[in-house]
Design a protein around this ligand. Structure first.
Ligand SMILES: [Zn+2]
Length: 389
């Protein structure tokens, strides 16, 4: 079987390039999304090759597609997202007309995440033709809205469309198939407001300057002590001061100052613990500066996630990547977030793994190596037949 899979995927190079080209040509910049345009490409391919599918739309045009091969359990789900970020400046060619050069496909979404989808479509066709050899199901998801939080995409499919699985592989982590994403830090986005009292700039003693109070707090936040400082899978926790705004004029004592923070924390620590830590800082400031008045609101929170250690995907991915690429991927935790987090929350054994260079996502002249897409198809084919046997 191994040789058959390898030979088949290799024979599909032109088809992978053609599919990636069509997907890139569908302008699915999110916002507004319009993932229906890319779903048309996927749907046509599913129809041509007799693959059953469902289409799910929470909002018209923000389309998701799920293809089904095989039947029963276990279920392996592979999800690629069909939306892309805006092209931005600096492109040498039209970002929505793919160009092949030096063995790479160029275009917005080539590496994040349409090239991967093209590779998985070709694999889906092979699996369909060999369906009788599978015991279990393979689900290929083309998801909407990943770049804006997935509420119309993976989250909607899991929460409202009864899409489920035992295992999931999300090829949206790049690192050239050299790492398996087995966990993601928590991501807590906070909005902190300091309230003061307006006064004339010539008599600052009559007011309370919200900016000075904010500066005092930010200086403490710069040295925030997290409860969990290290973890074998993760780099240390971080705090980024993203934006700050306050004051209306040079000669007015600022009555308001706002700061936005992006905090990435480790498993073992909770959102509440991070928040309490910050509230204690505020309380300690108020001891010597009683007019300091802070308000804290949560803009968004994604808790830390970690795949179970007994997840059989880890061995399968390592083994087959080694047999195709000659190297074993490293298990790692990410500072960023993918839909893997949402799948793990539903008790699905999900990991991130896939082709592409880390630095390609969201840049101008985005590209991916065609050979990587072929190798990825082979590895995923071998994993699928091993898992669903
Ligand atoms: Zn992505």
């Amino acid at each position: 079987m191994k040789e058959i899979i390898i030979n088949y995927i290799e024979s599909q190079e032109e088809e992978i390039v053609r599919l990636a080209t069509e997907l890139i040509g569908a302008n699915t910049v999110n916002p507004p999304g319009n993932e229906c345009l890319a779903v048309n490409v996927v749907e046509k391919y599913f129809k041509t090759h007799g693959i059953q599918y469902d289409i799910f739309e929470k909002i018209k045009g923000r389309t998701n597609i799920v293809g089904y091969i095989g039947s029963g359990n276990p279920i392996l789900l592979v999800a690629c997202h069909l939306d892309v970020v805006p092209p931005g400046d600096g492109w040498n060619t039209d970002p929505f007309k793919s160009v092949v050069k030096n063995g790479r496909i160029y275009g917005r979404g080539a590496s994040d995440n349409k090239g991967q989808m093209a590779s998985m479509l070709v694999l889906a066709r092979f699996l369909k033709e060999n369906e009788s050899k599978l015991s279990g199901s393979f689900l290929l998801v083309g998801a909407a809205d990943e770049e804006k939080g997935s509420s119309l995409g993976m989250k909607y499919l899991l929460d409202e469309c009864k899409v489920t699985a035992d295992f999931a592989i999300i090829p949206d982590v790049a690192h050239n198939m050299r790492m398996i994403d087995v966990g993601e830090k928590g991501a807590l986005f906070l909005n902190i407001t300091s309230h003061g009292k307006q006064a004339h700039g010539s008599t600052p003693e009559k007011g309370t300057n919200a900016i000075w109070d904010m500066i005092e707090l930010l200086n403490q936040l710069k040295n925030i002590k997290f409860k969990c400082l290290s973890h074998e899978l993760f780099t240390p926790p971080t705090l980024n001061l993203g934006t700050i705004s306050g004051g209306v004029a040079t000669n007015i004592v600022a009555a308001k100052c706002e700061a936005r923070l992006d905090i990435r924390y480790l498993p073992g620590e909770t959102k509440e613990e991070v928040l309490n830590n910050i509230k204690e800082m505020m309380a300690s400031i108020r001891k010597h500066n009683p007019t300091a008045n802070y308000e804290i609101t949560i803009d968004s929170d994604l808790p830390p996630s970690q795949a179970p250690v007994d997840n059989p995907l880890l061995n399968l991915i390592a083994m087959h990547t080694e047999s195709i690429l000659g190297l074993k991927p490293k298990t790692m935790g990410l500072s960023g977030s993918t839909v893997t987090k949402q799948l793990i929350e539903k008790d699905i054994m999900a990991v991130g793994f896939g082709p592409g260079d880390e630095e390609q996502a969201h840049i101008a002249n985005e590209s991916i190596e065609i050979k990587e897409l072929i190798d990825f198809g082979k590895i995923m084919g071998l994993i699928t037949f091993d898992l669903l046997k």
